[in-house]
Design a protein around this ligand. Structure first.
Ligand code: SF4
Ligand code: SF4
Ligand code: SF4
Ligand code: FES
Length: 939
C-alpha cells in the first residue's frame, strides 16, 4: 500500500460538449471547449510548472510560473488562464520559458525559509517540487534584504498551524475558503510586498469566521497551512480510501497513515459525495477512535449497581446467548429484541436484524432512524413508492429555486451546504422555512429571497398553503400530473379549500400570507425547484404528513425526475439510509418489503433455514412501554445511546432499568451502557470493513486501516451470539454479508465489494436494470407506477404553550459536535462547543431577567434541566432552542413522548417549556413545595 497522490490538472474541468483540437509540444490533443491550456497539457501528459493553480479552484494567474509560448501569439501567456482554441500550437518547454520560470522561482525562494530538511512538508511541498522542476540552482538575490522570514505562526486552531513565514501569497487558501467552502473567512490584506493572508479582520484563526473545514490547508502548496498531526507525527507513507463516519453526506477520505498510526484524513477528490471537500468533523475529529475511554474488552455484571468485571469474549457471548434463551423460556419468544445503529455498516446492521428474526424468532427489531427519518421512509413510499431521496448531491448545481425546510445544512450537512451555497452564489433563489434564522438565511454572498419563520409544529399548514397557491393560481404542471400521477382531482379539491389558503393559516403559522404566496409562486415558476429538508420536518407529530405534503407539492409542479429538482432528505447520521435499507424496521425485511409478504418471507426462510414471524414486531417506544409493563425483558442495543438520544429520558431510563438483560455494543460506556449488564466493545470506523449508504443512496466502501482493536468485528460478535442461541450464522468476511444482501434484495442485486472497489461508489437501485446505479430516481415513472397525491390534513400538535409553559423549545445540532457527542466530545472539537446552550430571543430573556451567559432552568411538563443562556435575535419571540450534544445537559430530559402518528418518530421539535434564571427557579420550586406541604400533611 502506498500513499495515493491524486493528479492535479491545474484548473477545473470544462462543462462543454464541444470538442476543440490543438497541438501541445507537437502532439495532437482534443479537449472540451473552455479547457485551459494548462489542463489540456496535463490531460495529455505534459506537466507545466504551477504554483497558484490547482484543479479545485478557478484559475487566478498570479504566480507567472506556468508561462507557455503559443505560435503566432504575443508574449508568454499563463497557461492556467488561457483557454484552448482550435488549431492552437502550444510550446510548454523552451529555453526562454525555462529562464523565465527560474527567475520567478528565484524570487519566491529568496523570501522563503530554507529549512526544507526540517520542514513538516518536506516531500509534500509544491514549492520544493517546482524548484526542482524548473532546475533552480542558485538564488542571486541573497537572503539579506527585506523579507518575511520572521513572520509569526498562528497556532490557535486545534488542528492546523498557520506559519506565515512560509507563505508565498498565492491566494489558494483565500480562494478555497470562498469558492469551495463558501465561508469567505480569509483575505489577502495589503499590497505587493506587504500582502499577507489574514483570517477575518486580523483575528486568530480560532476566533475568526473560520469553520475549520480544512479546504485552505488542502489547497496550500507549502507548509504555511499545515496539519498539526503532520508536524507531530511526520509525513504519512500510505493511504486507504474510506468514508467519514459522521453525517449523512458520506464524504470519501484518504486515511493517510505512517506505520500503524493515522496521521490525517484527506478528502478524496474522486469521492462522489464530496469531490475533495470536507468539514471539521470528517477532516480532523477522528481522535476519539484512540481515546483512552474506549472499552477494549467485554464487561459484565450481574446487577447494574455492581462494578463491571472484565471478561473474555467467550464468557460474554456465551452468557448473552444463554440468558436470552432463558428469558424467552420464561417470558415468551417476544420478550426480547434488538435495536440497530445508523452508525454501523450495512453489513453490521443486516446481521442484527437477521439475528432478531432468525435466532430470536420475532420481528422485535427497530433502528435509531425511528427517532429521526422514519417519516421520510413512510411519506415517500406512500407517494413515490420508495423510501429515499430522489437526487444525487450534484443535482443542486442545476437548481434554480432551493427550498430548505427544517434543516440547517451549514451545521448539519456542511459539505453539501458548500455545494448549495456555490449554486446560490451563481444566482439560484433560496427560500428558508424555519422558526430560527439559520446561517443560510444571510451569509457572505448568499441571502434568502424569503425566510418564512413559522411557528414550530405548523409545517403542514405551510406546505398545504404552498400547494393551495399552486392549485388556485393555475401554477400546476398539468402535463406532468396527467401523465405521471394519480389522485390529483380529489387532492386538488381538498387543497383548494379556503382553509388552506395562506391568509387562513397566517394566524396559526405566523407566516405573513403575502410572503408565503410569493414564495410559493417562486417555487412553482422559478425553473427547477428543489426541496431539501431535515429533522425539522420529520420530528413532529405530523412528520409523515409533512413529507407527503412536500411530495404532493413537487408532483403538482412537475419538480421530480430530472436534475435540479426533487425531494431530498438530509440524513443525520452516516448510515441512516443504510440502516433503514437493511431491514431494521419491525415490519420490513431489507429493501422495505413487508414481513407479511409470503413470497419475500419465503426467500429468507429458505436461505436462513427458519420459519419466520409474519406479524410486525415492536417499535422502540413499544419496547420501552412493554419493558415498563414487565412483558419485555431483554434488549440488544447496537451502537446507539438511547438513554441520551431518545425522548423523555425518565421513561427510557425506567424502561431500561426494568430489563433483566441489557446488552450494549459500543465504543464507550455511554449513558445507555451505564444501565447495561453486558458491554460488548465495538469497533471504530477505522477498523470496520463494509459499506455506508449516504443521503443520496450512495453505497460507499468503509475500509479498515487496522484490524479490530477489540479482537472482533461487530458482525462476528452478533453471529456468535446467534450461534450461542443455537442458530448457525457464520461468514468468513463481511463481503459475504453484502453478497447475501445482494441475492435477497432486488435494489442491491448488482452490488458487491468487488464492484464497489472497481467503481468507487454507486447509488441504489443497482441491479440488472441499472448496472451503473441510479443517481436520479423516478425519471420516466415513479417506482410505484403513478405518483400518488395524498390529502394532508393539518392537525395541530397536542403540545401547546400554556401559562405554565409559555415557550416552545425546539432542538438541533451544531457544526463541531455530532449527535450525542460521544465521539466529538472526545476530540479537540470541544474548543468550539464545550456545552449545550439555550438560545432565546432578547425579549424573552428580558422579561425573565436573564442575561447572556446566565444559568437557567429549562422545564417542561416531563422534566427539568439546567444550561447557560445565549441571547440571540435569530430566535423568534416565544421559541427557544438548544442542542443535545452533552449528556450533562440532557436536553431530552424535557422532551415529551409525543410522536408522529404513522411512525412514532418523536416530536423533538415542539416542547412547551418555561425558562427561569436558575436561582429564581429554585426559589419558585421551594415556594411551590411549601404551598404543597399542608395538603400533603392532610393526605
Ligand atoms: S479551514 Fe475552511 S473555513 Fe477555515 S479558513 Fe480554511 S477554508 Fe476557510
Ligand atoms: S497560506 Fe498557503 S495557500 Fe495561502 S497564500 Fe500562503 S502559501 Fe498560498
Ligand atoms: S460533511 Fe458529514 S460526511 Fe462530510 S466530512 Fe463532514 S461530517 Fe463527514
Ligand atoms: S499557475 Fe498559472 S499563473 Fe500561477
Amino acid at each position: 500500500m502506498t500513499l495515493i497522490k491524486e493528479p492535479d490538472y491545474g484548473t477545473p474541468a470544462a462543462d462543454s460538449e464541444q470538442i476543440v483540437e490543438l497541438q501541445i509540444d507537437g502532439q495532437p490533443v482534443k479537449v472540451p471547449a473552455g479547457t485551459s491550456v494548462m489542463r489540456a497539457a496535463a490531460l495529455a501528459g505534459f506537466s507545466i510548472p504551477k504554483l497558484c493553480a490547482t484543479d479545485s479552484l478557478e484559475a487566478f494567474g498570479s504566480c507567472r510560473l506556468c508561462l507557455v509560448e503559443i505560435e503566432g501569439g504575443r508574449g508568454t501567456p499563463a497557461s492556467c488562464t488561457t483557454p484552448v482554441a482550435a488549431g492552437m500550437k502550444v510550446k510548454t518547454q523552451t529555453p526562454k520559458l525555462e529562464k523565465l520560470r527560474r527567475g520567478v522561482m528565484e524570487l519566491y525562494i529568496s523570501d522563503h525559509p530554507l529549512d526544507c530538511l526540517t520542514c513538516p512538508a518536506n516531500g509534500d511541498c509544491e514549492l520544493q517540487d517546482m524548484a526542482g522542476v524548473v532546475g533552480l540552482r542558485e538564488v542571486r538575490y541573497g537572503f539579506d534584504g527585506e523579507n518575511h522570514l520572521d513572520a509569526p505562526t498562528d497556532s490557535s486552531n486545534p488542528y492546523f498551524d498557520f506559519d506565515e513565514s512560509k507563505c508565498i501569497a498565492c491566494s489558494r487558501c483565500v480562494r478555497a475558503c470562498s469558492e469551495v467552502q463558501g465561508t469567505f473567512a480569509l483575505t489577502i490584506a495589503g499590497r505587493g510586498f506587504d500582502s499577507k493572508v489574514s483570517a477575518s479582520a486580523g483575528e486568530l484563526f480560532l476566533n475568526s469566521e473560520c469553520v475549520s473545514c480544512g479546504a485552505c490547508v488542502q489547497a496550500c502548496p507549502t507548509s504555511t497551512l499545515q496539519e498539526k498531526s503532520v508536524v507531530d507525527l511526520g509525513m504519512p507513507t500510505r493511504s486507504v480510501i474510506t468514508t467519514c463516519a459522521y453525517c449523512g453526506v458520506g464524504c470519501s477520505f484518504k486515511a493517510e497513515m505512517r506505520g500503524d498510526e493515522l496521521v490525517r484524513m484527506v478528502p478524496y477528490k474522486d469521492g462522489g459525495a464530496n469531490e475533495g471537500h470536507s468539514c471539521v468533523k470528517g477532516r480532523f475529529a477522528f481522535g476519539y477512535a484512540s481515546h483512552p475511554d474506549r472499552v477494549m474488552k467485554p464487561l459484565m455484571r450481574e446487577k447494574i449497581t455492581d462494578q463491571w468485571r472484565e471478561v473474555e469474549w467467550e464468557e460474554a457471548i456465551g452468557f448473552v446467548g444463554r440468558r436470552m434463551r432463558e428469558i424467552q423460556d420464561q417470558y415468551g419468544v417476544g420478550a426480547i429484541g434488538g435495536i440497530t445503529s445508523s452508525r454501523c455498516t450495512d453489513e453490521e446492521v443486516y446481521v442484527v436484524q437477521k439475528m432478531v428474526r432468525a435466532a430470536f424468532g420475532n420481528n422485535n427489531v427497530d433502528t435509531c432512524a425511528r427517532v429521526c427519518h422514519s417519516p421520510t421512509g413512510y411519506g415517500l413510499s406512500q407517494t413515490f413508492g420508495t423510501s429515499a431521496g430522489t437526487q444525487d448531491f450534484k443535482s443542486v448545481a442545476k437548481s434554480d429555486v432551493i427550498v430548505v425546510i427544517g434543516a440547517n445544512p451549514t451545521d448539519g450537512h456542511p459539505v453539501f451546504a458548500s455545494r448549495m451555497k456555490r449554486r446560490l452564489r451563481e444566482g439560484a433563489k433560496l427560500v428558508v422555512i424555519d422558526p430560527r434564522r439559520i446561517d443560510l438565511v444571510r451569509s457572505p454572498h448568499v441571502e434568502a429571497s424569503y425566510h418564512l419563520q413559522l411557528a414550530p409544529g405548523t409545517n403542514v399548514a405551510v406546505v398545504n398553503a404552498f400547494a393551495h397557491v399552486v392549485v388556485t393560481e393555475g401554477l400546476v404542471d398539468s402535463d406532468f400530473v396527467a401523465e405521471r400521477c394519480e389522485g390529483y382531482e380529489q387532492w386538488a379539491e381538498f387543497i383548494a379549500r379556503p382553509e388552506h389558503s395562506p391568509e387562513a393559516v397566517e394566524e396559526i403559522t405566523g407566516v405573513p400570507a403575502s410572503e408565503l404566496r410569493e414564495a410559493a409562486r417562486l417555487y412553482a415558476t422559478g425553473g427547477n425547484g428543489a426541496i431539501y429538508y431535515g429533522l425539522g420536518v420529520t420530528e413532529h407529530s405530523q412528520g409523515s404528513t409533512m413529507v407527503m405534503g412536500m411530495a404532493n407539492l413537487a408532483m403538482a409542479t412537475g419538480n421530480i425526475g430530472r436534475d435540479g429538482v426533487g425531494i431530498n432528505p438530509l440524513r443525520g447520521q452516516n448510515n441512516v439510509q443504510g440502516s433503514c435499507d437493511m431491514g431494521s424496521f419491525p415490519h420490513e425485511f431489507p429493501g422495505y418489503r413487508h414481513v407479511s409478504d409470503d413470497t419475500v418471507r419465503g426467500v429468507y426462510e429458505t436461505l436462513w433455514g427458519r420459519a419466520l414471524e409474519a406479524e410486525p414486531g415492536l417499535r422502540i417506544p413499544n419496547m420501552f412501554d412493554a419493558a415498563v409493563d414487565g412483558s419485555f425483558k431483554a434488549l440488544f442495543v447496537q451502537g446507539e445511546d438511547i438513554a441520551q438520544s431518545d425522548p423523555n429520558t425518565k421513561h427510557v431510563t425506567a424502561a431500561l432499568k426494568s430489563l433483566d438483560l441489557l446488552v450494549v455494543q459500543d465504543l464507550f460506556i455511554n449513558e445507555t451502557a451505564k444501565l447495561a449488564h453486558v458491554l460488548l466493545p465495538g469497533t471504530s470506523f477505522l477498523e470496520k470493513d463494509g459499506t455506508f449508504i449516504n443521503a443520496e443512496r450512495r453505497i460507499n466502501r468503509v475500509r479498515p486501516i487496522m484490524a479490530p482493536r477489540t479482537g472482533k468485528h461487530e458482525w462476528e460478535i452478533v453471529c456468535e451470539i446467534a450461534q450461542a442461541m443455537g442458530y448457525p450464522m457464520t461468514y468468513d468476511h463481511s463481503s459475504e454479508i453484502m453478497d447475501e444482501i445482494a441475492i435477497t434484495t432486488p435494489t442491491f442485486s448488482g452490488v458487491s465489494f468487488k464492484m464497489l472497489d472497481e467503481k468507487g461508489s454507486v447509488q441504489w437501485p443497482c441491479n440488472a436494470n441499472a448496472p451503473q446505479g441510479t443517481p436520479i430516481m423516478h425519471v420516466d415513472g415513479f417506482v410505484r407506477g403513478k405518483g400518488r397525491f395524498v390529502e394532508t390534513d393539518y392537525i395541530p400538535t397536542s403540545e401547546r404553550s400554556t401559562r405554565r409553559f409559555p415557550l416552545i423549545l425546539t432542538t438541533g445540532r451544531i457544526l463541531s459536535q455530532y449527535n450525542v457527542g460521544a465521539q466529538t466530545r472526545r476530540t479537540a472539537n470541544v474548543a468550539w462547543h464545550p456545552e449545550d446552550l439555550l438560545e432565546l430571543h432578547p425579549h424573552d430573556a428580558e422579561v425573565r431577567g436573564i442575561k447572556d451567559g446566565d444559568e437557567v432552568a429549562l422545564a417542561s411538563r416531563v422534566g427539568e434541566t439546567h444550561l447557560h443562556a445565549r441571547i440571540d435575535d435569530r430566535m423568534p419571540v416565544g421559541v427557544v432552542y438548544t442542542t443535545f450534544h452533552h449528556p450533562v445537559t440532557g436536553a431530552n430530559v424535557v422532551t415529551t413522548d409525543n410522536s408522529d402518528w404513522a411512525t412514532n418518530c418523536p416530536e423533538y421539535k415542539v416542547t412547551a417549556v418555561q425558562v427561569r434564571l436558575k436561582k429564581a427557579a429554585e426559589r419558585h420550586e421551594s415556594s411551590v413545595a411549601s404551598e404543597r406541604l399542608p395538603a400533603l400533611a392532610q393526605d
